[in-house]
Write a protein that binds this ligand. Structure first.
Ligand code: PLP
Length: 399
């Protein structure tokens, strides 16, 4: 071949960077197309066990690296990235459930997970039942031969109950051996407890799947939407991986790099936000405006004994039940008066967040709460400044 023209030379260039590059960050490898040296390699390469690259959607060095590190964090054998925490929940539902199956959700499940069951899953002929996560008999009563998937969540969404995970898993294994168990592992973040190693002593007690909103702790920056699904079993992994491939659940590699950057500080941030949240929760307990503080590390919080049996750490998130005498408008005014706590969804970033909830409208089973709930997610600000902010906003309630 004669020397190529410039347009061609700028694309098909002979220079190859040396292979020995080694540095702290993982390379940000971007590609849809991945080249094969020859047709035989194209036919032979396997993406499903991550032994090779075939196409950007099926993995890059950047995504495989984060997947391997997160598998270590969670104690999973296999792990797959998806575009959000909710997509992780969806992938498990879609990979496992078919028409005629039933899925069980705790009454305090992450709201959009419940909504998926109420809409798309129902339209596809998949039924769902709700159980009380604090009552193993309620789970037992909801299990049927059609139950194919049971969701767990610890701590529960907004009301922060910590269930007896061991008892719930034992109940499913004993009474519905055909069912698989998935946990929304966002709160625990791979640190508070190990969902694939829950047995006391040498008992093998584990969930089948973890769904994790990397959007929260692993990112820690409030700038990424990403999720993951972990599992132990090779066959279940392949089932998930094929469903993942057919759904085309690609992730942006810049987001993956952002989580790789945040991961080394994950244990430090988790511990710092835990300590800060516990100080603020204890302070809130002493306030006359507050009826109850819902934080699993507090002795009178629902499921505290179950938390204590499994964990020493907790996520930096809790809810306060306001005295029932306050109207929703007064509680909203308290939330509006906060200056450092910003009103917004998500959590585990640098900024403390607040959301008021009318919990009676969110649950199907009766709840014991009479006052409005306010959820506080503790960021990385100075704790005394956060307490002063809550103090000045609570003062509005007596205006
Ligand atoms: C935020 C969250 C999710 C969903 O994560 P996204 O990335 O926002 O979709 C799922 N479960 C829990 C417990 C969460 O807090």
């Amino acid at each position: 071949m004669t020397d190529p023209q410039l347009a061609t030379a700028l694309i098909h260039h002979p220079y190859r960077a040396p292979a020995e590059w080694d540095a702290i960050p993982t390379g940000v490898f971007k590609a849809s197309t991945v080249f094969f040296p020859n047709v035989a390699a194209m036919r032979e390469r396997r993406w499903i066990d991550k032994s090779a690259y075939t196409y950007g959607l099926k993995g890059t060095p950047t995504t495989f690296t984060l997947e391997a590190r997160l598998a270590t964090l969670e104690g999973a054998e296999h792990l797959m990235l998806v575009p959000s925490g909710l997509a992780a929940i969806m992938l498990i539902d879609l990979a496992v459930l078919k028409t005629g199956d039933a899925v069980l959700l705790p009454d305090n499940a992450y709201g959009p997970s419940m909504s998926l069951a109420q809409h798309e899953l129902r339209h596809w002929g998949i039924t769902h039942q709700v159980y009380d996560p604090m009552d193993v008999a309620s789970l037992s009563a909801a299990l049927t031969p059609a139950t194919r998937l049971v969701w767990l969540e610890a701590a529960g969404s907004v009301t922060m109950e910590f269930p007896d995970l061991r008892a719930l898993i034992r109940c499913v294994r004993r009474e519905a051996p055909q069912a698989l168990i998935a946990i929304d592992h966002t709160w625990g973040a791979g640190l508070a407890f190990k969902p694939f190693a829950l047995g006391a002593g040498d008992e093998d007690l584990a969930v089948d799947f973890t769904a994790h909103a990397l959007t929260k702790y692993p990112s820690g920056g409030g700038d990424v939407l990403l999720g993951s699904v972990g599992c132990r079993d090779r066959r279940l992994h392949d089932q998930l991986a094929w469903c993942h491939a057919r759904l085309g659940l690609g992730v942006g590699v810049d987001d993956v790099a952002a989580v790789l950057r945040g991961l080394p500080t994950l244990p430090l941030r988790y511990a710092a936000q835990d300590q800060a949240a516990r100080r603020i929760a204890s302070w809130a307990q002493g306030r006359a405006e507050v009826a109850r503080v819902l934080h699993p590390a507090l002795p009178d919080s629902p499921g505290h004994a179950h938390w204590a049996a499994l964990c020493t750490q907790a996520a930096g998130i809790f809810s306060i039940e306001m005295q029932p005498g306050y109207s929703q408008a007064q509680v909203d005014a308290f939330v509006d008066a906060l200056k450092l706590f910003r009103i917004g969804w998500s959590w585990a970033g640098p900024v403390s967040l607040v959301v008021p909830y009318e919990v009676s409208t969110m649950r199907r089973l009766p709840t014991p709460y009479r006052g409005a709930l306010v959820r506080l997610c503790i960021g990385l600000e100075d704790v005394d400044d956060l307490i002063a902010d809550l103090d000045q906003a609570l003062a509005r309630l007596s205006d």
